[in-house]
Design a protein around this ligand. Sequence first.
Ligand SMILES: C[S@@+](CC[C@H](N)C(=O)[O-])C[C@H]1O[C@@H](n2cnc3c(N)ncnc32)[C@H](O)[C@@H]1O
Length: 323
Amino acid sequence: MACANAQLTDNAVTSTNDDATCSKSYAVSLGYWVDPYIKTVCKQTIKKTPEINRGYFARVYAVRALVEGFINTHQRKCQVVSLGAGYDTLFWNLKDHGLLPVKYVEIDIATVTRQKTFMLLRKPGNMLEALGEEVEVLGVAKLGIQCPHYALLPADLRNTNELDKQLQAASLDFQLPTLVLVECVLMYLPEDDSNRLLGYLAQKFSHCHLVNYDVTNMSDRFAQVMLENLGSRQCPLHIQDCVSDSAQMERLKRSGWMQVSVKDMNNLYNTSIPHEQRTRIEKIEMLDEVHLLSELLKHYCICIASNTQDLDITCASLTSSIS
Ligand SMILES: C[S@@+](CC[C@H](N)C(=O)[O-])C[C@H]1O[C@@H](n2cnc3c(N)ncnc32)[C@H](O)[C@@H]1O
């Protein structure tokens, strides 16, 4: 019974990826940003409210600006590792803008990496072609893909030994500056597992930056409703260590990250996203209740951490090739 429940929870967690992909795809279809690849990986586009669409815009804009900022700072002589990457298309969008790092690695649970592999193979076209000629599909089960600049590999983030094996298999250079992206992932891992993962990452790479899109301000009534909704979908959030910005900072410091900064998405939306971008997207759909958007945004944040003395990127003022 415990095993059946664990499977149910795992299925619910992996289905959060379908939700993220479909929500991004809907926002793209309305013109919030351009992503020529999202349709290839989206099973069906689901209509979302204007608040949700603006929230996704802020999230995608911020993540992309930070990843691009890191790649530019290191003149592309760096690596990106996206944990719980789901059906993300960032690799392909970076390639279109001439911003590929030396290696880009995506990790997720095997069911998700297998589905993504099948999608890339079944819908051959620009996404598969962008990977170049030397594409190796992993095994008969087709659990992932390896090629010189990109790898899609299965691992359960609750098991750092399994993750370690896959990062070695991806031929990463652990001395090269590396950005680890965890976009909307850590909240689904039990606290002990996310703390172990954060500690492992801080130790493993000699120069590592973490960009974590996560929840915050989880002690109020709004958060309570969020938690009840996800709990009823068998998808509990693990929020003990992210109840506030300071709790987020403390857990990162405890795990060995030397420099840490946290900004909630409401603050980030109002102060870090360029004014012209906000003006552009705010014309796409009318908002009936503006306070609902700020309430929603206040419950998410971007945490940036570095395991060195320097933070190479900050949320202070974000610019991205997204439009
Ligand atoms: C909300 S989705 C986010 C996907 C993607 N990062 C994005 O923002 O579009 C959460 C992702 O984390 C992955 N995930 C959750 N728990 C995981 C685990 N224990 N090991 C590997 N991946 C996990 C899920 O499979 C899913 O793809």
